[in-house]
Design a protein around this ligand. Structure first.
Ligand code: FES
Ligand code: FES
Length: 215
């Protein structure tokens, strides 16, 4: 994803086509809306297993522990974590694969939790910010964020910490440009990007030296 400099934070829509106007158009388009609603449901391909729409039992492996719950197949991994399991570290902001606040790891790869159905995360290792370090300890990336005051409201921070941890896993010696690029899928409305980049550089150094950094 494209990286953004501090000065490149999206400033919002510039055209005269406002979000409110768009919603108004949508609500006023009765014929179009009705037409869409009347579309028949797409049939599943022959031989495909169909689950739902009712809740079904699923098992997720979260931070090394199996968790069994009953969920409708439409529930995202993010909603499962936050609303059904009580792991609220991953945040729900855009719910549209845009902000990165919901970042978690799936089999060691950074993903947006709002774009994965919980049912599809079965059989995979899910890691959340809660599982990054032992209770009472700080992962070097979290500690570096603390050291560099790399948060204001903190709402984006768990997502950035997870994205940075994934970045350092793939690239233990990132340049500042690598960090800009690697964290380009995460947004901070408070504009703490400079502190975040410094934190990631410090965490890289700490992790390469193999010493803990508990702040
Ligand atoms: S809440 Fe998932 S990317 Fe914004
Ligand atoms: S610290 Fe507030 S959104 Fe990033």
């Amino acid at each position: 994803m494209k990286s953004k400099k501090d000065s490149e934070i999206p400033a919002g829509p510039k055209s005269g086509f406002s979000r409110r106007g768009f919603i108004g158009v949508g609500l006023g388009s009765g014929a179009l809306g009705a037409g869409l609603l009347e579309q028949p449901a797409t049939a599943a391909p022959a031989g495909a297993a169909v689950v739902g729409p009712q809740a079904v039992p699923i098992t997720l492996n979260i931070n090394g522990k199996p968790v069994t719950l009953t969920l409708e197949p439409r529930v995202t991994l993010l909603d499962a974590l936050r609303n059904y399991i009580g792991l609220t570290g991953a945040k729900k902001v855009c719910d549209r694969a845009t902000c990165g606040a919901c970042t978690v790891m799936l089999n060691g790869k950074v993903v947006y939790g709002c774009t994965v159905f919980a049912i599809d995360a079965q059989g995979k290792e899910i890691q959340t910010i809660e599982g990054l370090a032992a209770p009472g300890e700080l992962h070097p990336v979290s500690a570096a964020f603390w050291n560099h005051d790399a948060q204001q409201c903190g709402y984006c921070t768990p997502g950035f910490v997870m994205a940075a941890t994934g970045l350092l896993k793939d690239n233990p010696s990132p340049t500042e440009a690598d960090i800009r690029h690697g964290l380009g899928g995460n947004f901070c409305r408070c504009g703490t990007y400079m502190g975040i980049r410094e934190a990631v550089l410090e965490a890289a150094d700490t992790m390469k030296k193999g010493r803990p950094n508990n702040g």
